[in-house]
Design a protein around this ligand. Structure first.
Ligand SMILES: *Cc1c(COP(=O)(O)O)cnc(C)c1O
Length: 389
């Protein structure tokens, strides 16, 4: 049929993994034991108390009706309480917290509240694709801010041209970072807040990985920075922290005006998340930290195994103690796509070529540590035995 797609759909970047997906399928059909380290989706189950809480909450008829748009008061209180305990950040659950149907939902909708056609949104590159796509859907123009290894994969704010900054409404940041596994420093956040205030810009921080750390240093929330709440909204999620990607529950917190405007968009496009899931979310947010320590120990071991294997293969993975990704430069003479193909052909391993996260990701590949440890160990063994060249 000849239905013409909208310009906004036509403006989306092409799906870069189509060819890799096809090759992966072909390998599986040939009987190759393919190990997929491409997707960042925790393999470990949601902790039992959360599942039990959902079962109980699903039985309550009062939960079967429309939820409130902004999320249950009890869920918003649990979020505020968690931010206070974890980050020392004080939030008003009535004005500075809103529930999301997964943080992706909020990230995609947020630009609709503030971006007019012709407005610029500053998006990191490489990055989670939704910052760009949400911008395009809102009629805005994404402007790529490269994340370079020599800057610790932090954006160089001073390098953004003056005329771009003047047209910009929002800057997206994401630390701990997907895909580079870099983390932000307090100094960077301080500089960012000062810069955003000076230039009248909104900071949209995506903090989905704040609990996925394996070292001594706990990642920050931008809201810990003085005066950040004047300009910042932070998107968070139960997905990665509690192995709940399938549940679709997250939150946006921070500046009252920003939270309220996002709520206004949402009121007109969705009707909130199932109360039973929010009740289970409250249980998640109140789990003792020892529960998460078990998870962190698993990722720590997996990172060790994979990093060692990559080094034995002559590669130099970016040193990191956050996220469940390993970000590594491809060997000399390869593009990201070439090297991803080599890994699949010679080792039966699927990784994500860095170019899939934006042009500045070219020259790298991402490995996700979200497969069972014995499979990851097998993948590591195959990587160690990779032939050079
Ligand atoms: C996984 C992920 C998210 C969102 O997850 P939800 O399941 O939608 O809450 C957001 N940002 C980044 C960078 C992610 O990797």
């Amino acid at each position: 049929m000849g239905f013409e797609l909208s310009d906004r759909l036509k403006a989306l970047p092409p799906y870069l993994f189509a060819e890799l997906d096809r090759k992966k399928k072909e390998k599986i059909e040939q009987g190759v034991d393919v190990i997929d380290l491409g997707v960042g989706d925790p393999d470990l189950p949601t902790p039992e108390p959360i599942v039990e809480a959902l079962k109980r909450a699903a039985e309550k008829p009062e939960n079967h009706r429309y939820p409130s748009y902004e999320g249950m008061r009890a869920f918003r209180e649990a979020v505020a309480d968690w931010y206070r305990r974890r980050f020392g950040v004080k939030l008003d659950p009535d004005k500075e917290v809103i529930a999301l149907i997964g943080s992706k939902e909020g990230i995609a909708h947020f630009p609709l509240a503030f971006v007019n056609p012709g407005d610029v949104v500053l998006c990191p590159d490489p990055a989670y694709p939704v910052y760009r796509i949400g911008t395009i859907f809102a009629g805005g123009e994404p402007y790529s801010v490269p994340l370079k290894e020599e800057n610790g994969f932090l954006p160089d704010l001073g390098s953004i041209p003056r005329e771009v900054v003047e047209r910009a409404k929002i800057i997206w940041v994401n630390y701990p970072n997907n895909p580079t596994s870099a983390d932000a420093t307090e100094d960077f956040y301080k500089e960012l807040v000062k810069w955003a205030k000076k230039n009248n810009l909104i900071i949209a921080s995506d903090n989905a990985y704040s609990e996925i750390y394996t070292g001594e240093k706990r990642p920050l929330s931008i809201l810990q920075i003085e005066e950040a709440k004047e300009v910042a909204i932070e998107f968070h999620s139960l997905s990665k922290t509690f192995n709940m990607t399938g549940w679709r529950i997250g939150m946006a917190v921070g500046n009252e005006e920003l939270v309220k405007a996002l709520g206004k968009v949402k009121t007109n496009v969705d009707s909130g998340q199932f109360n039973a899931i929010q009740e289970a979310g409250i249980v998640a947010l109140n789990l003792p930290d020892s529960e998460l320590d078990k998870l962190r120990a698993v990722y720590r071991e997996r990172r060790r195994v994979m990093t060692e294997a990559l080094k034995k293969a002559g590669l130099s993975p970016f040193e990191s103690e956050v996220t469940f990704y390993v970000w590594t430069k491809v060997p000399e003479g390869y593009t990201s796509a070439d090297f991803a193909e080599k890994l699949l052909e010679e080792a039966g391993i699927v990784c994500t070529p860095g170019s899939g996260f934006g042009p500045a990701g070219e020259g790298y590949f991402r490995i996700s540590l979200t497969v069972p440890t014995e499979r990851l160990t097998e993948a590591a063994r195959r990587i160690e035995n990779l032939k050079d060249g």
